[in-house]
Design a protein around this ligand. Structure first.
Ligand code: ASP
Length: 594
C-alpha cells in the first residue's frame, strides 16, 4: 500500500448519498462520501466512480484547477474510503452515462479526505465476475458490498418492514419469546446449550416459538407476531440453513378464513416490494385434491395437473392394476424424441412406475379409452401425453395410493423441467400462490414403526375425525394448512388444540405415555387447564420467500452471514474448539480430543 496520509472524519457531514445527484443539482456544492468503485487516470484528469448503498456518482479531479485533490487522487485504489466536496456540473451530451441514474452530472472535486485505504479486494465488485462461494463467504463483508447482494439484503429489509407495517396495522403485537428453551421433540434435532449454573443440564435453542406463542394466546394477547430466528440441527441444503427466519403468527378465536385473509395481503405486500403484483384471494386445494391433481402436497401449479385415468382403461388389458393411473400432459412440446421418452421412462421406473410413453401406439391400441383420456385432458397432437401407473401389484406406505401419486407427481415435474426450454412453463417470474388445507394428522415412520405428527402434535383435528385418532390414524385429518408457491412450501400452520383432554389424546396416539407427555410438555398441558382460548396461526419462511422473489437459487444469497453447506462459518472460523477452562466450567468432558 502506498504510504498515504489519512484524514479524520471530524465534523464532516454528507449532503447527499452517491445515488442522489441529478440535473436539478447542477451548480450546487455537495459533500459525498463512499468507496472508490473505479478509477480512470487520464493524466491531467482523473475520474472516480464513488459508490455507496444508494448508487454511484462520477467525480472529476482536474489537475489544472485543483492540483492538491488531483495529486491525492493519484494514490486512490479500489475500495478506498473517501469524502469529497465539489460542484455538480452537467455532463456534455457525449459523456452522459445512460447506465447510471446519476449519469447526467458529475462532481468537480475541490477537496478530498481519505478516511481509509483498502487492500486489493479479494474479488472485483462487479456482479458479472464469477467468484467461488468460499471466497465470497470468507470475505463476506466485501461480498455484501456487491450490487447483487446489496439488492437482496435491502429487499429483505424492505420486506421485513412491510410485514411489520401490515401486521401492526391489523392489531398484531410483536412479542419476543426465549432463545434458551426446553428440549422438546418437535421434529428436528435440537441445538443444545449446556447450563453452567445447573451442571449436567441443557437448554435447547428454539426450533420455533410454537409453544410460547400458544402460551401468549392462553395469556390473552390475542394477536401475536414475531420475525424470529429458528434453529434446527439438520443437514444443510440450498434452501435450508441451521438458523433461519420465520414470520411467526398466532391469533385467538380464529376462523381459518380470517387467518388466510390476514396473510394474503401480507404476501401481496412482500411481493410488491420486489415489484410483483399478485392477485388474491389465493386458490385453495385440500391435501387430497393436491395429491390427486399434482401428486404433491406443495404443487407447482404453473405445470398442468395430472388426470386420474384408471377408469378409462377399466375394461382393457393395459396392465395398470387397481392403483391410480394418471395422464401427464404438457402443452406444445411436440412429440417427444426417443431419448426424451427413455429419460422419462427411466425416471418413472426408478420410482416404481410403469410409464406408457408412446401416445401414438396407445391411440392405436386403445382407441376408445384414449379418446376419453384426450377429452379429459384436452391433450392434442402437438402436446405431450404419457400415462403412468404402478409397476407392482401393491404399493408401500400407510396410504398406498399416495405413494403412487407422489411418484407420478415427481415424473410430472421431471417432464416439465425437461421440456422447459421448449414451452417455458417454469417461468421464475410467474408466482402462483395457493393454500393446501386439511393435511393428514399423522405420517407413518417406517424406521421407528410408529405414527408421527405430520406437522406437529399441537394441530387440532376436525370434530368429525376425532374418533379416527385411535381407530384410523392413517385417515385422520388435521386442521392444518400450508401456503405454497411454485412447488415450494412457504408457510405452514394450523388451528391448535386448546383442550387438555384432546391434547392428551393426540400425545397418546403418537405413542407418548402420560409420564413422557408430562415430562416433555407438562407446562403446555398445565396451561391448557387455565382458560386456553381456541387459537391458531402459522409461520412463513422469510428466507425462502425473499430468495424466490429475488430470483436467487439459494437462501445463502439472501442471508447476510450464512453458513456453508458443512455448517461452518469460514469468515469467523466457527464452530471452533473451546478452552479446557470453558469446558470445566460447564462440567463437560469431551469423549475424544478434537
Ligand atoms: N411452528 C410451526 C413451524 O415452525 C408453524 C406453525 O404451526 O405455526 O413449522
Amino acid at each position: 500500500m502506498p504510504d498515504i496520509q489519512l484524514d479524520f472524519l471530524g465534523d464532516l457531514k454528507r449532503t447527499h448519498d452517491c445515488g442522489a445527484l441529478r440535473l436539478e443539482h447542477e451548480g450546487q456544492r455537495v459533500l459525498l462520501m463512499g468507496w472508490v468503485h473505479r478509477r480512470r487516470d487520464l493524466g491531467g484528469v482523473i475520474f472516480i466512480h464513488l459508490r455507496d448503498r444508494e448508487g454511484t456518482s462520477q467525480l472529476v479531479f482536474r489537475g489544472e484547477s485543483f492540483p492538491e485533490p488531483h495529486a491525492r487522487a493519484e494514490d486512490l485504489r479500489s475500495e478506498y474510503v473517501i469524502g469529497v466536496t465539489g460542484i455538480v456540473e452537467k455532463r456534455s451530451a457525449d459523456t452522459i452515462n445512460p447506465n447510471l441514474p446519476t449519469g447526467e452530472v458529475e462532481v468537480v472535486v475541490d477537496k478530498i479526505w481519505i478516511f481509509n485505504e483498502s487492500k486489493t479486494p479479494p474479488f472485483p465488485m462487479e456482479d458479472t465476475v464469477d467468484v467461488s462461494e468460499d471466497a465470497r463467504l470468507k470475505y463476506r463483508y466485501v461480498d455484501l458490498r456487491r450490487p447483487r447482494m446489496q439488492r437482496n439484503i435491502i429487499l429483505r429489509s424492505k420486506m421485513s418492514f412491510a410485514v411489520r407495517e401490515h401486521l401492526y396495522g391489523q392489531g398484531f403485537l410483536e412479542l419476543e419469546t426465549p432463545f434458551l428453551t426446553k428440549s422438546t421433540p418437535e421434529g428436528s434435532r435440537d441445538f443444545l446449550v449446556p447450563s453452567r449454573i445447573n451442571p449436567g443440564t441443557f437448554y435447547a435453542l428454539p426450533q420455533s416459538p410454537q409453544i410460547f406463542k400458544q402460551l401468549f394466546m392462553v395469556a390473552g394477547y390475542d394477536k401475536y407476531f414475531q420475525i424470529v430466528r429458528c434453529l434446527r440441527d439438520e443437514d444443510l441444503r440450498a434452501d435450508r440453513q441451521l438458523e433461519f427466519t420465520q414470520i411467526d403468527l398466532e391469533v385467538s378465536f380464529p376462523q381459518q378464513n380470517d387467518l388466510f385473509a390476514a396473510v394474503e395481503p401480507l404476501v401481496q405486500k412482500m411481493c410488491a416490494c420486489a415489484g410483483f403484483d399478485i392477485p388474491a384471494p389465493f386458490p385453495r386445494l385440500t391435501y387430497v385434491e393436491a395429491m390427486d391433481r399434482y401428486g404433491s402436497d406443495k404443487p407447482d401449479t404453473r405445470v398442468p395437473q395430472l388426470y386420474r385415468v384408471e377408469d378409462c382403461f377399466a375394461n382393457t388389458d393395459l396392465p395398470i392394476g387397481t392403483l391410480p393411473c394418471v395422464a401427464i400432459t404438457l402443452p406444445g412440446t411436440g412429440a417427444p424424441s426417443r431419448k426424451e421418452r427413455d429419460e422419462m421412462k427411466a425416471f418413472g421406473n426408478e420410482r416404481g412406475l410403469r410409464v406408457f410413453d408412446d401416445a401414438k401406439r396407445l391411440d392405436r391400441d386403445y382407441a376408445d379409452a384414449m379418446a376419453k383420456v384426450r377429452t379429459r385432458t384436452g391433450a392434442g397432437e402437438n402436446d405431450l401425453l404419457i400415462l403412468a401407473g404402478w409397476a407392482a401389484p401393491e404399493a408401500k406406505g400407510a396410504r398406498p395410493h399416495e405413494t403412487v401419486l407422489k411418484a407420478c407427481g415427481a415424473l410430472r415435474m421431471f417432464a416439465a423441467q425437461m421440456f422447459n426450454d421448449r414451452h417455458q412453463l417454469l417461468d421464475p417470474k410467474v408466482f402462483q400462490w395457493l393454500w393446501v388445507t386439511d393435511f393428514p394428522m399423522f405420517e407413518w415412520d417406517d424406521e421407528d414403526e410408529r405414527w408421527v405428527a405430520a406437522h406437529h402434535p399441537f394441530c387440532s383435528v376436525p370434530d368429525s375425525d376425532m374418533d379416527k385418532l385411535e381407530s384410523d390414524p392413517a385417515n385422520c385429518r388435521a386442521l392444518s394448512y400450508d401456503l405454497v408457491m411454485n412447488g415450494n412450501e412457504l408457510a405452514s400452520g394450523s388451528i391448535r388444540i386448546h383442550r387438555r383432554d384432546i391434547q392428551s389424546k393426540v400425545f397418546k396416539a403418537l405413542g407418548l405415555s402420560d409420564e413422557e407427555a408430562r415430562a416433555k410438555f407438562g407446562f403446555l398441558l398445565d396451561a391448557l387447564e387455565y382458560g386456553a382460548p381456541p387459537h391458531g396461526g402459522m409461520a412463513l419462511g422469510l428466507d425462502r420467500i425473499v430468495m424466490l422473489l429475488a430470483g436467487e437459487p439459494s437462501i445463502r444469497e439472501v442471508i447476510p452471514f450464512p453458513k456453508t453447506a458443512k455448517g461452518t462459518d469460514v469468515m469467523s472460523d466457527s464452530p471452533s474448539p473451546v478452552s479446557d477452562k470453558q469446558l470445566r466450567e460447564l462440567g463437560i468432558a469431551l469423549r475424544k480430543p478434537h
